[in-house]
Design a binder for this molecule. Structure first.
Ligand code: NDP
Length: 492
């Protein structure tokens, strides 16, 4: 029996072998999942060469947009067909519950269907020149070669948010998924090929940011970098891309406010405050990690929330009784624990969680319990920085003005919610919050038709919706003089 070499380096329509491999482990129990190619800087450069060649010499960028959209719709059908395969791979890499991976797959299919469905619906516009002898048109052109760099929390979903609009716009790409969760990105290359994507249009390099990511952000042959990940990495990518003036789109993190007024539906607000922060063990960029609750209801509200948080059952991806999974790695769990210890040291009151579990059933995984830090103040480090784990900070406010001031009081601005029965207040507060997404009496829903992204240090640019497609398009003005004649600007 011959063993297949680890996959991960894919360019010019073929898999390529690499000198080294990386063992991926399941965060729920540390068990080996698969060996994946560990690409080098040279491998990344080869993938860029393929993407550049396919863009400059291939047919993809000039294929009519409807044709590109049809391919995206085929990709959606294939992903739907292979949901079980993809969901299992995603759960093994991330440790998230299988049911959540299946939800993610449905969203991924929805994203490809959305962009496939809008193909050809926006061909630009004709501009009124005020002249009968000139036609002026605004058209869309692809940006070129796109470097797509993604994190580990929703591995394929974040890939889909980039790949689908990048392809629809006629670009070629090199994808670099997180070194921790490359499994579904590897599978996607097979799916794109099966759907008929021409060789060289979609390319993959698995490996680390410092080794292969840096090549993608500095190579002058790359025109655009779309990055989702942490703030510090985002800053370094922006700096790395500056010398070659690449277009840069950044989707970074946030510590997102969930604002609850005394007149809110209590049962729904408590329930959704739990989902807001503890979904996927808090490893969600839009997690409602900052509860702002009106002081008149704060004590009872937090008591109820803590009682429920203590009941949340942790477990691995295939444990049907589990309600939430592990953190991505031991290093990340240690970071989250250090964040909690620092918060307590600066005066936060630990109401639940805050200890690495001792349950033998969880001992091999990187679990951390739902944790509530009460009595927080706006200036505390735990309120100003995200933990990216299952940790809720609680602050109180007296009135609407204070709620808005506190909610806007961090450098971030990704998402958040306001809970109130007063429609006028809901609209006022939603309008005043400096956030890319505001939910009213809800938390977390999103649709591929609506833009997603952050204000402030939560990033720049948008994903999803027409705005997400615009990131991958150049705007071009074509002027056509249909009756050329000398103007005699110069008399000589
Ligand atoms: P990182 O910023 O560490 O990594 C994200 C990706 O960037 C990974 O693929 C990583 O590679 C790569 N990378 C790291 N360094 C470089 C570099 N110098 N040049 C190019 N690429 C590099 O984030 P995490 O993976 O740890 O993801 C968690 C973070 O992402 C959280 O802070 C969260 O807030 C944010 N996030 C934001 C979202 C949003 O929509 N706004 C969504 C999800 C997460 P490597 O494989 O080596 O890690």
């Amino acid at each position: 029996m011959t063993s297949t070499p680890p996959r991960g380096l894919y360019y010019a329509g073929d898999w390529h072998e690499t000198a080294a491999a990386r063992q991926i482990v399941c965060p729920a129990d540390g068990s080996p999942v698969a060996a994946v190619a560990e690409c080098t800087a040279e491998d990344a450069a080869s993938a860029v060469t393929a993407a550049r060649h396919a863009f400059d010499e291939g047919t993809w960028s000039t294929t009519p947009e409807r044709g590109r959209g049809e391919l995206l719709l085929r990709v959606a059908d294939l992903l739907e067909r292979d949901t079980a395969l993809y969901a299992k791979a995603e759960s093994l890499d991330t440790g998230k519950r299988l049911v959540e991976s299946r939800y993610d797959l449905a969203d991924i299919v929805g994203c490809f269907r959305y962009y496939g469905g809008i193909a050809g619906t926006d061909a630009g516009r004709v501009v009124d020149t005020g002249r009968t002898d000139a036609i002026s048109r605004i058209v869309h052109a692809p940006v070129g070669v796109c470097a797509l760099i993604t994190p580990w929390n929703y591995p394929l979903l974040q890939v889909a948010w980039k790949v689908a609009p990048a392809l629809l716009a006629g670009n070629t790409f090199v994808l670099k998924p997180s070194e921790l969760t490359p499994g579904t990105a590897v599978l996607l290359m097979d799916t794109l090929a099966e759907a008929g994507l021409p060789a060289g249009v979609g390319n993959l390099v698995t490996g680390t940011g410092p080794e292969v990511g840096v090549v993608l952000t500095t190579d002058p042959r790359v025109d655009l970098v779309s990055f989702t990940g942490g703030l510090e990495t985002g800053k370094s990518i922006m700096a790395a891309a500056a010398p070659t003036v690449k277009r840069v789109a950044l989707e970074l993190g946030g510590i997102n406010p969930n604002v609850v007024f005394a007149d809110a539906d209590r049962e729904a607000a408590v329930d959704m405050a739990l989902t807001a922060v503890f979904l996927h063990s808090g490893q969600v960029c839009s997690a409602g990690a900052r509860l702002l609750v009106q002081d008149s209801i704060a004590e009872a509200f937090v008591d109820e929330l803590v009682a429920r948080a203590q009941q949340i059952r942790m477990g691995g991806p295939f444990d049907e009784a589990a309600e939430t999974g592990p953190l991505i790695s031991a290093a990340h769990r240690d970071k989250v624990h250090a964040y909690v210890e620092a918060a307590v040291a600066e005066g936060a009151v630990l109401r639940c969680g805050g200890e690495i579990p001792t349950d033998p059933a969880l001992a091999e995984g990187y679990f951390y319990p739902p944790t509530v830090l009460d009595g927080c103040q706006a200036a505390m480090g735990c309120v100003q920085q995200e933990s990216f784990g299952p940790v809720l900070t609680v602050e109180t406010f007296a009135d609407e003005a204070e709620a808005v001031r506190l909610a806007n009081g961090t450098p971030f601005g990704l998402a958040g919610a306001v809970w109130t029965a007063d429609a006028g207040r809901a609209q006022r507060v939603a309008g005043a919050l400096r956030l890319g997404t505001v939910w009213i009496n809800d938390y977390h829903p999103y649709v591929p038709q609506a833009e997603w992204g952050g204000f402030g240090q939560s990033g720049n640019g948008r994903e999803l919706g027409p705005g997400g497609l615009a990131e991958y398009r150049e705007t071009k003005h074509i002027w056509h003089n249909i009756a050329p004649a000398p103007q005699r600007w110069f008399s000589s």
